[in-house]
Design a protein around this ligand. Structure first.
Ligand SMILES: *Cc1c(COP(=O)(O)O)cnc(C)c1O
Length: 404
C-alpha cells in the first residue's frame, strides 16, 4: 500500500502549512505554498489528500441491530471550496461536528445536494462499490442545479475509496448488510442574500446499515396515492438530489403512515401521472394495451430522479430480451384499468437502499387497488438476485469496483 507513505508525507506537508498560517512571524516559503504556487489547477486532487487519523476508535455496532443512518464510522472526508481559490486539499479527519456560521446559505435556502451509495463486503472479504462514477456525475449535475461548484469526480472518488479503506472494518461482515456512503455538498457563505454561494463544503460520512427487509424475505409496501401532494413538476428540480426536495415530503409520508400505509406514490398533473414511490423510482410489469408483456418506468422527463438502480434494471432487462422494456408515462387510470383486467403482474420501487421493493396495494381516492406482485414475484426477485450478486461480487461485472 503506497498510501501509508503518502499519508505520512501529507501530514508532514500539512503541518508545515498550519505552522505557516498560525505563525505571526515573517512569511516562510513552506512546501505547501510551493505546491500551491506551482499548481495551476484548483480542482480536487487525490495527491493532496491529508489524513488525520482518529486516536481512539469507537466501538463497532452489532450488525444485527443496525438502524439506518444512526451510527457513523470513525472518519469523514471533507474538501472546502471558495470562488477565489477553488478546491482546497481533501482531508480525512475524525468524524466530527461542522463549524458553520448561523448565516450559512445552506441553512436558509437549502443550498445543498447529496448522494447515496454503498460499499459491500463480499464473501471473498473484498469491498466493492457499485457504479460509483454514476454517483459522482449525478452529484455534479445536482451541484450545477444548486449553483454549487463542480469537481473532478474521478479524483474525488479516489479520496472516497481511501476513506472507505481507512474505515474498512466498519463495513459489516455480512452479505445482507453494507456501508452506506453519504457525500454531501453545502453552500457555506455567511450571507443572507439569495445568491450563489461563494464558499462551499463537500464532505462524506459513512454509516453501517442492516438489511432493508428485516425478516430476510421481501416485505411488500402499500402506497398512498394522494394527488394533493406533489413532489416534482416540469421546470422544478425533482431530477436533482437536492435536500430541498425531501423535507417537504415528510408530511405526505406521515399521512400515509397515519392510514396504515408504508409509502407515498407520487402523482403529477390532471392525468395523475405516476412518477415515483417514496424516494425510489417506480416500475411496473404488465400486459399492455396491445397484449404485450412490458416493463414500464416513467421517462427522465425532468420530474424523475435518474436512479442508478433504475438505469441498471433497464439495462439488465434489455439484456434478458424476454419482454418489452419501455420508458413511458403512465397514469392512475392505466393502473386501475389494468388491475381490473388482471393485466398487472408486478410493481416495485427501485433504489440503492432496497434494490427493489415490492408494492402490494395502492390507496387512491378511498379505493384500494390490489397489486399481485407477491403472487408473481418473478422479475422483482430476479432483479434483486442478479443485482445483489454483482454488488457482493458473486457475479463478476464491470459495474462493480473494488476498494483496495
Ligand atoms: C436517490 C433516489 C432514487 C434512487 O436512486 P438510486 O441511484 O437508484 O439509489 C430514486 N428516487 C429518488 C427521489 C431519489 O432521491
Amino acid at each position: 500500500m503506497a498510501s501509508r507513505f503518502t499519508k505520512f508525507c501529507s501530514i508532514y506537508v500539512s503541518s508545515f502549512r498550519f505552522s505557516a498560517l498560525s505563525g505571526t512571524g515573517a512569511k516562510r516559503l513552506t512546501p505547501q505554498v510551493l505546491i500551491r504556487g506551482l499548481s495551476t489547477d484548483s480542482d480536487i486532487k487525490y495527491d493532496r489528500l491529508v489524513v488525520e487519523p482518529i486516536t481512539t476508535p469507537k466501538p463497532k455496532p452489532d450488525v444485527n441491530s443496525l438502524v439506518f443512518g444512526a451510527e457513523f464510522t470513525d472518519h469523514m472526508l471533507s474538501v472546502e471550496w471558495s470562488a477565489d481559490n477553488g478546491w482546497d486539499e481533501p482531508k480525512i479527519t475524525p468524524y466530527q461536528n461542522l463549524s458553520l456560521a448561523p448565516s450559512s446559505s445552506t441553512l436558509h435556502y437549502a443550498l445543498e445536494c447529496f448522494e447515496g451509495l454503498k460499499a459491500y463486503r463480499g464473501d471473498d472479504n473484498k469491498l466493492r462499490l457499485f457504479r460509483p462514477m454514476e454517483n459522482m456525475r449525478r452529484l455534479n449535475r445536482s451541484a450545477d442545479r444548486a449553483c454549487l461548484p463542480g469537481f473532478d469526480g474521478e479524483e474525488f472518488l479516489k479520496c472516497l475509496k481511501h476513506l472507505i479503506s481507512i474505515d474498512r472494518e466498519w463495513v459489516p461482515y455480512s452479505n445482507k448488510c453494507s456501508l452506506y456512503i453519504r457525500p454531501t455538498l453545502i453552500g457555506t457563505q455567511p450571507a443572507l442574500g439569495v445568491n450563489k454561494s461563494s464558499t462551499a463544503l463537500l464532505y462524506v460520512i459513512l454509516s453501517p446499515v442492516g438489511p432493508y427487509f428485516k425478516t430476510g424475505t421481501f416485505s411488500p409496501v402499500a402506497l398512498l396515492a394522494d394527488p394533493s401532494f406533489v413532489r416534482a413538476w416540469p421546470g422544478g428540480c425533482g431530477d436533482s438530489k437536492m435536500g430541498g426536495n425531501y423535507g417537504p415530503t415528510i408530511l405526505a409520508q406521515r399521512h400515509a403512515e397515519m392510514q396504515g400505509l408504508q409509502q407515498v406514490l407520487w402523482l403529477y398533473g390532471e392525468e395523475r401521472q405516476i412518477t415515483e414511490v417514496g424516494t425510489m423510482n417506480i416500475f411496473m410489469l404488465w400486459i399492455n394495451e396491445n397484449g404485450e408483456k412490458e416493463l414500464v418506468t416513467p421517462p427522465l422527463n425532468g420530474m424523475i430522479l435518474p436512479g442508478i438502480t433504475r438505469k441498471s434494471l433497464l439495462e439488465l432487462a434489455k439484456s434478458w430480451g424476454e419482454f418489452k422494456v419501455t420508458e413511458k408515462e403512465f397514469t392512475m387510470e392505466d393502473v386501475i384499468k389494468a388491475s381490473q383486467d388482471n393485466r398487472i403482474k408486478e410493481m416495485f420501487g427501485a433504489g440503492t437502499a432496497c434494490v427493489v421493493c415490492p408494492v402490494n396495494r395502492i390507496l387512491y381516492e378511498g379505493q384500494n387497488i390490489m397489486i399481485p406482485t407477491m403472487e408473481n414475484l418473478e422479475i422483482t426477485k430476479r432483479f434483486y438476485e442478479e443485482l445483489t450478486a454483482i454488488q457482493y461480487g458473486r457475479t463478476p461485472s464491470s459495474w462493480s469496483e473494488i476498494v483496495d
